[in-house]
Design a protein around this ligand. Structure first.
Ligand code: UD1
Length: 426
């Protein structure tokens, strides 16, 4: 099993380019099931989650050919519509094939994803949305079995106790794209990854408006065509490298940075004491930004929320940064209230953290100390890497396969910025 060995205390300096977004790419890839014509995606990151979805799409009759950052998808065989437990259990985001399969084939069997390290993760809202469009859905032996002739547009509400659902919105939009008549989704997820999906669907001939707002309106069309699309840059990866610059008191230039959809993040980082200077702002979704940090990091309060709020996917990285702030910070997790597995690991590195329910008080310390730690989920692992970059001594982070799900060659990219980090086999 791979691990990272990080010698802390080196300032990061240099330039890093943000990759295409994993969370945008997954539903974009699944949308290729909606048409029998080729869909070409550019800037697709080479990550284990993407490779796993390719494997699933191949099983579902959609060929996936990669050429550098370009992925060509083509659905040629519609005989198998079953997403097996073997694949879905490795990646719960595989649920994103449910809406496209049902819309294009009138049937879908998708293994129930089950919980994961960051919480229970139900799919009730996905099912509620698809049922509202007329799908019959049963749960049979751990599988969601969905059937429908052509679905019918309707007005539906997709809010749950934690707000909107990103992949649930993606599923319902894909299903509504081929439904008969008009669908109005209230409390749709406003995440930029949902907007990116709508942009691909529009290029495929779908009729959608309101994407990026809580009310999305879809006029169903009888069929969709192929299209070519460039994946939106990854705001979570960009935020991680910003925090890496901050925690090492570094000077890092980030290219292909989707600053326009990062205001909640840049606002908090600015208050922590990071200086963000736009070097090239021509395209607000693909800016070049320079990050430097004051020696003194200031404490902040932050609450994670659905977009445009502060993303839960950056909570662990911000916590790592705040462990070294000069004062007490408060982090409240409102999207996944149990998403705190990194708290115990950061504490092993000398962080002073006090958790009560969905809130953690981060009492700033002067120095973190290296320790062997265990990665537990994707973003928690990124938080541990950041802590390791700043800690005194050599930190070993075990189980980095979690990181490989969402960060392409993280160690080589950090090495290029001057970090002392290596991948080892343990
Ligand atoms: C996506 C992202 C993930 C991110 C999350 C929240 C992908 C591949 N993953 O996950 O990185 O952390 O958005 O921004 O894009 N919920 C329900 N019922 C449902 C669905 C969700 O109660 O049917 C709850 C969840 O438990 C959670 C909240 O709603 O508390 C948000 O989850 P959701 O937006 O659905 O997350 P994902 O789309 O799975």
């Amino acid at each position: 099993m791979d691990a990272f060995r990080i010698e802390g205390g080196h300032r990061l300096k240099g330039t890093v380019r943000v990759n295409g977004s994993k969370n945008a790419a997954l539903p974009l890839m699944a949308a290729a099931l909606l048409t029998d014509q080729p869909v070409t995606l550019h800037d697709v990151p080479n990550l284990s989650d993407i490779r796993n979805l390719c494997k699933l799409l191949e099983e579902l009759g959609c060929t996936c050919e990669r050429d550098g950052g370009t992925l060509r998808l083509h659905t040629t065989d519609i005989s198998n519509s079953r997403a097996s437990y073997e694949i879905v259990s490795t990646m719960r985001a595989s649920i994103c094939v449910l809406g496209p399969l049902l819309a294009a084939r009138g049937r879908a069997e998708v293994s129930m994803p089950g919980g994961c390290a960051i919480g229970e993760r139900p799919v009730d809202l996905h099912l509620r949305g698809l049922r509202a469009l007329g799908a019959e859905i049963d749960l049979e032996q751990g599988y969601i079995v969905a059937r429908s002739k052509r679905m019918h547009g309707t007005k539906l509400f997709l809010g749950g106790q934690f707000g909107s659902t990103v992949l649930g919105t993606a599923n319902v939009i894909c299903a509504a794209a081929l439904a008969e008549g008009q669908t109005v989704i209230e409390q749709a997820a406003c995440e930029p990854e949902v907007v990116d999906l709508c942009n691909l669907l529009l290029a495929m001939g779908a009729k959608i408006s309101g994407q990026g707002s809580p009310r999305v309106i879809i006029e169903g069309v009888p069929s969709l065509s192929g299209a070519e699309h460039r994946v939106l840059p990854d705001r979570i990866e960009a935020a991680t490298y910003m925090a890496a610059a901050g925690i090492t008191n570094g000077d890092v230039t980030i290219e292909n940075c989707p600053t326009d959809v990062m205001t909640a993040i840049t606002d908090r980082l600015h208050h922590v004491g990071l200086n963000l200077e736009t070097i090239d702002g021509t395209d607000p979704m693909r800016q070049t930004v320079n990050i430097t940090s004051d020696r003194r990091l200031a404490p902040v309060a932050v609450t994670t929320q659905p977009y445009p709020g502060f993303p839960t996917d950056v909570q662990a990285q911000l916590m790592a940064l705040l462990t070294l702030a000069d004062g007490n910070s408060i982090i409240t997790e409102k999207v996944f209230p149990e998403r705190f597995l990194h708290v115990a690991e950061l504490s092993r590195m000398g962080a002073n953290l006090y958790r009560q329910g969905p809130t953690v008080m981060v009492i700033g310390v002067k120095q973190l100390h290296a320790a062997p730690v265990m990665a537990s989920d994707l973003r928690a692992s990124a938080g541990l890497v950041l802590a390791g970059l700043a800690a005194r001594g050599v930190t070993q982070i075990n189980r980095v396969y979690h990181l490989d799900r969402g960060y392409e060659h993280m160690e080589t990219r950090l090495q290029a910025l001057g970090a002392e980090i290596e991948r080892i086999s343990v």
